[in-house]
Design a protein around this ligand. Structure first.
Ligand code: SF4
Length: 334
């Protein structure tokens, strides 16, 4: 069956090759396009696109893709990719690809099965029958940490994994994200990045402001001993294994520390890399749409992370419970 998408449909899926071809025609002379009113409109829409991505926009309207002309809408997708490429921040790229994947899924959910299947196949995914071979499945869920995606928790028969409709949609969104992420950053000419500088500076400022607004009151004296020990190890410059980093990051995020504050704690780790650490912290902090809760006391014990237990530990099964109780007790103290 031949599937043909008209321009009004292409605006919903600007990452398709058909959309790209359409944009290439527009960009025969990018300089001329940008110098004209349509270029200015597209650039403004591209900036809004990046800011929506930064804000973690999750709700989309059905008329979302028709606020401007289809050509401008598709051009804004291409320009948004250039803006984040000029900025070069991996977090920003990641935010944009997640936004684009969520946006695409909003429209895909209302599509006829054939069209949905066509778009899925165009990003290299074939899950129309609700099944996927184990090898493809494992690759697809590699960055999804929710335990329900683990192979051990799946219905696997004869090397095939079965998925329900919602899971198919989630994996399609993930596949779109992965494909778009692989394409970025683009090699944008330096002169063009200089031209975009006022916009990219505004985007960076918005990002910083967003991080600062996340600051919350944290009671360090109420940290459970396990978390206190992990933080002490990090600040002493010890190289913690992954589970230790994960436990402390998820804990600090859950009680309200911003990614920047958490990254600040990792600064003294011997292999500290700000970009990589921020990326991991943001991932654990829920940028993927899944927020990771810190491990329970039982899991902490399994990984050898339950240390320096105190009396209060006997009453809790989760480090967060320890923190809540201790914080409340401190409030009651005169
Ligand atoms: S019992 Fe729980 S809260 Fe206490 S140290 Fe062990 S893991 Fe942490």
């Amino acid at each position: 069956m031949v599937i043909a998408l008209d321009i009004k449909e292409l605006v919903k899926y600007p990452f398709l090759k058909e959309s790209e071809q359409l944009v290439r025609k527009q960009f025969e002379s990018l300089d001329r396009f940008l110098a004209g009113p349509r270029g200015g409109e597209a650039l403004k829409h591209a900036e809004e696109r990046v800011l929506d991505a930064l804000a973690g926009k999750k709700e989309f309207r059905d008329d979302e893709a028709h606020q401007v002309s289809p050509e401008i809408e598709i051009a804004s997708y291409a320009l948004a990719r250039m803006l984040v490429s000029c900025n070069g921040d991996r977090m920003l790229i990641d935010r944009l690809t997640r936004f684009e994947a969520r946006r695409a899924l909003h429209f895909l959910e209302a599509e006829e099965p054939e069209k949905k299947q066509y778009i899925a196949q165009s990003v290299g995914l074939d899950i129309g029958r609700g099944t996927i071979p184990v090898s493809g499945y494992v690759e697809l869920v590699a960055q999804l940490r929710d335990s329900r995606w683990r192979l051990i928790n799946r219905d696997v028969r004869a090397g095939i994994v079965t998925l329900d409709t919602d899971e198919r949609d989630e994996l399609l969104r993930e596949r779109i994200r992965v494909v778009l992420t692989r394409q970025l950053p683009l090699k944008v000419p330096k002169s063009l990045c200089e031209q975009f500088a006022p916009i990219t500076a505004g985007i960076t400022a918005a990002y910083q402001q967003q991080i600062l607004e996340q600051f919350g009151a944290v009671e360090e004296n109420a940290f459970p001993p396990c978390i206190g020990s992990l933080i002490a190890a990090i600040t002493a410059g010890t190289n913690l294994p992954h589970m230790g980093r994960f436990a402390v990051t998820a804990f600090l995020h859950t009680i309200g520390l911003s990614p920047t504050e958490i990254v600040g704690m990792f600064q003294r780790a011997p292999d500290f890399d700000v970009g990589k650490t921020m990326y991991q912290v943001e991932h654990i902090s829920g940028r993927s749409g899944t927020e990771y809760t810190p491990p329970s006391c039982a899991t902490m014990r399994t990984f050898g992370l339950c240390v320096n237990r105190e009396k209060l530990c006997e009453r809790v099964s989760h480090p967060l419970s320890y923190y809540r109780i201790k914080k409340n007790d401190k409030k009651k103290q005169p």
